[in-house]
Design a protein around this ligand. Structure first.
Ligand code: PMV
Length: 314
């Protein structure tokens, strides 16, 4: 008998970086986020008999047996099938990701985006940005509590974005390309706990916390102007100030502080944590791509788990 070719489709999504404004964005301040295309997630869907199977490095088995911590992703997949008017059965999703988990690089958002994209492609439906965001938000809400939405917005954007909660996303104009180094402390950050701790601080010291959050918002606005003007020295200084403020808010830690110091000693124009903090990654602004490589090497020597460097705005 002639075997019909198996239908296989792929959906993908890249990583993201928050340049400035993390945490403050939860309280309505703006943040600037960037697509980080160097690392990505690929979700491959193909046909199988029986219930939905998930093959990945973090879970291998039936969708119905997924552990509680992946409940959001499971619901997101079921809701996607419902949106597509399809029974939640008869396919397998294989997930391959080069985005380290829990490092503030948007891995959970990218996984959900890649999956939703792959299922829409598998069932040959167009996917609007609104529908994508609505479905991914289900997984993100389970993963992060009450996320601002910046991760999924940036992991699905091809250009740098200006993000304010519940507002239209704007593109950020980059006058002069800049060079970033990303370094992983090697420790999983806990965005959920970091966000909760700032919420707690609001209760303990409302005025001081509000001032810090407003200051981060102001630094983000100034960073947008620096990007617009191509003023990298100013941008670096603003990143350093943002790191000071995030430290004050208690979301930095020893590992982040050490790597930011190393980056600055290597001549970085600025360095700060990126994402939720308390572990995870730092970013450093370099003077050139050659300088970015030198900083990345120094960070590796100083104990960073992994580093990447790339140019934004080319
Ligand atoms: O998921 P992470 O670690 O990249 O953090 C997201 C940014 C926060 O501002 C800390 C939280 C949020 O939901 O905006």
């Amino acid at each position: 008998m002639l075997e019909l070719p198996q239908k296989t489709v792929i959906g993908s999504a890249h990583s993201k970086l928050i340049l400035v404004g993390e945490h403050a964005v939860v309280y309505g301040e703006p943040a600037i986020a960037l697509p980080f295309p160097e690392i990505e997630v690929k979700a491959t869907v193909d046909q199988v008999d029986g219930p939905i199977q998930i093959n990945s490095s973090f879970y291998y088995g039936l969708l119905s047996d997924m552990p509680d911590k992946l409940e959001g992703l499971a619901i997101c997949i079921k809701k996607t099938c419902k949106e597509l008017d399809q029974d939640a059965t008869g396919f397998r999703i294989q997930i391959e990701s080069s985005i380290p988990i829990g490092r503030g690089l948007g891995s959970s958002a990218a996984i959900a985006i890649a999956i939703v994209r792959s299922l829409y492609a598998y069932y040959e439906h167009d996917l609007s940005r609104n529908d994508l965001m609505k479905l991914v938000d289900i997984a993100e809400t389970y993963a992060h509590g009450s996320p601002s939405g910046i991760d999924m917005a940036a992991a699905s954007s091809e250009v740098p974005i200006w993000f304010e909660k519940d507002k239209e996303i704007e593109h950020v104009y980059i006058n002069k390309p800049f060079h970033l180094v990303v370094a992983d402390t090697g420790r999983i950050g806990d965005t959920h706990a970091a966000v909760a701790s700032i919420k707690e601080q609001y209760k303990v010291d409302f005025t001081e916390t509000k001032l810090s959050i407003a200051h981060l918002g102001k630094l983000t606005t100034q960073a947008r102007t620096a990007l617009h003007d191509g003023d990298h020295s100013l941008l670096g200084m603003l990143l350093n100030r943002a790191q000071d403020e995030l430290s004050k808010l208690g979301v930095s830690d020893e590992g982040i502080d050490r790597l930011t110091k190393v980056a600055r000693k290597s001549g970085a124009l600025g360095a700060k944590l990126t994402g939720g903090g308390r572990g995870g990654c730092i970013i450093a602004l370099a003077k050139s791509i050659k300088h970015a490589k030198e900083i990345a090497d120094d960070l590796l020597h100083a104990g960073a788990d992994q580093t990447w460097y790339f140019t934004v705005g080319e």
